[in-house]
Design a protein around this ligand. Structure first.
Ligand code: PLP
Length: 456
């Protein structure tokens, strides 16, 4: 029997309006990261919790959290009413004024960030958070270069895309001087010929130390690292690596920026993914889960030392919508709902007791599965044509007919999958029920039977 998602009450969907949305989209909307003429976007007409409905009323379990941002699921009533209440009270106010929604959001974030990162600069999203973090680091150190990892993503603006270590950087890799990439630890495809996590960690740190000395420590302002890299493959650093990076940054006076845009706010079963390591960064960037993306918001949490640099000297940067009240009110309601409903604990338990064991089972049963890895509601399944050679089911930086077929098979069964290159990521909202999570995993299990047909 083919698994599908349970049918429930279908929201009132106006298929004429959905058709018009599609037609106008194809006529007027220019989409991100895409060849415009090849697009066939699904119209989403309704969403609730872990589910979305398309324009024809078909229901899908959202195992993507969209772009891994709806950590509390769709249309959480407390957040929807907080946005409505804020809209009635005060829609917008310039960043130079103090505002209750913004102040409270800053307090709630500062109380959850590690160490003393308790000054918050608000941005509109993740890329500009990273842009500002680098600017702060450069002005704080008086140095220019920034180190970042291959197999990383830091955003689509000019500097942020230069920091990025995946193929989205290549077409725009011009002009932002001083970005230097290093190899992060990634044992499954080790750049260091390592065969154990210990070797990978040690060798990746030795490589980084050598790179720092060859680049000249006195020229390096910052090192930016996703606490757990997301779109690049959800690969967690082996024991000791992150701590080693912290030590190198401290030793050489380099500002350590932890990018928590995707991994933060409960995704990994902790408020922030750096909590899995014994590390406090100097700057921590966030977006997405801070308010589940209900209204665009991002930011930088700043250490006292860096904040002090801008105590008597103006910080040369700002945004019209920095700490926008609607976005801030959504953040306050999101963080409170996550706390009240124990969503972070739930995400941790889903990873430990449901997703992790199911994925381990996939790795045993399906010859197309090369590796599974993750934590909380943040998991990757690495698909290969051959387990010995580890040849990926799609090339690095590309897709393949086989991967497209697997995505289509998920959708036919009512599951929205997050696919990137040869990987399927399992990234449902933090508050997905155990039953829904199991239903989604059962669909993936069947789809992996198809994938096995592509593997020797
Ligand atoms: N950093 C990481 C780790 C991300 O995953 C993303 C987006 O996916 C960004 C930064 C950029 O965030 P935004 O798209 O909000 O600019």
């Amino acid at each position: 029997m083919t698994s599908t998602v349970e049918s429930g009450p279908v929201p009132d969907i106006d298929s004429d309006s959905a058709r018009r949305a599609y037609e106008l989209d194809r006529k007027h909307v220019f989409h991100s990261w895409s060849a415009q003429d090849l697009l066939d976007p699904m119209v989403i007409s309704a969403a609730e919790g872990s589910y979305v409905w398309d324009g024809d009323g078909n229901k899908y379990l959202d195992f993507t959290s969209q772009l891994v941002n709806t950590n509390i699921g769709h249309q959480h009533p407390a957040v929807v009413s907080a946005i409505a209440a804020q809209a009635t009270k005060l829609c917008t106010i310039a960043p130079s004024y103090a505002n209750d929604a913004r102040s409270e959001a800053a307090r709630l974030i500062a109380e959850r960030t590690p160490g003393e990162l308790d000054r918050i600069f608000f941005t509109n999203g993740g890329a500009d958070a990273n842009e500002h973090a680098v600017r702060m680091a450069r002005l704080h150190t008086g140095r220019h270069k920034v180190l970042s990892a291959y197999r990383s993503y830091h955003g689509g603006t000019h500097l942020a895309v230069n920091l990025t270590g995946d193929p989205r950087r290549w077409p725009s890799d011009s002009g932002s001087t001083g970005t230097v990439h290093f190899f992060p630890p990634y044992l499954y495809r080790s750049a260091f010929h390592a065969s154990t996590p210990e070797e990978e960690s040690e060798r990746a740190l030795a490589h980084l130390e050598q790179l720092i000395s060859l680049e000249g420590p006195s020229t390096i302002a910052a090192l930016i690292l996703e606490s757990i890299p997301g779109t690049a493959g959800i690969y967690m650093a082996p024991a000791g690596y992150f701590e080693g990076v912290r030590e190198l940054c401290t030793r050489f006076g380099i500002v350590l920026i932890a990018d928590e845009v995707m991994a933060g706010f409960g995704r990994t079963g902790k408020w922030f993914a750096v909590e899995h390591f014994n590390v406090v960064p100097d700057l921590l960037t966030f977006a997405k889960g801070v308010n589940s993306g209900y209204v665009p918001l991002g930011g930088v949490a700043i250490s006292p030392e860096i904040a002090a640099t801008f105590g008597q000297r103006a910080y040369p940067g700002g945004l019209t919508y920095s700490g926008h009240p609607l976005a801030a009110a959504a953040a306050v309601a999101t963080i409170n709902a996550m706390e009240d409903e124990r969503m972070v604990e739930h995400a941790a338990a889903l990873g430990e007791t449901v997703i992790g064991p199911a994925l381990e089972g996939f790795a045993e049963r399906h010859r197309s599965v090369g590796e599974v890895r993750g934590v909380g509601v943040f998991w990757a399944i690495e698909l290969v044509r051959n387990r010995e050679t580890r040849e990926p089911l799609a090339p690095y930086g590309g897709s393949s007919p086989e991967m497209n077929q697997l995505v289509a098979a998920c959708k036919t069964r009512g599951l929205l999958p997050f696919a990137n290159f040869n990987r399927i990521h399992v990234v449902p909202p933090c508050n997905t029920s155990v039953a829904d999570t199991k239903a989604g995993l059962a669909i993936l299990d069947e789809v992996l039977d198809i994938a096995d047909g592509f593997a020797d």
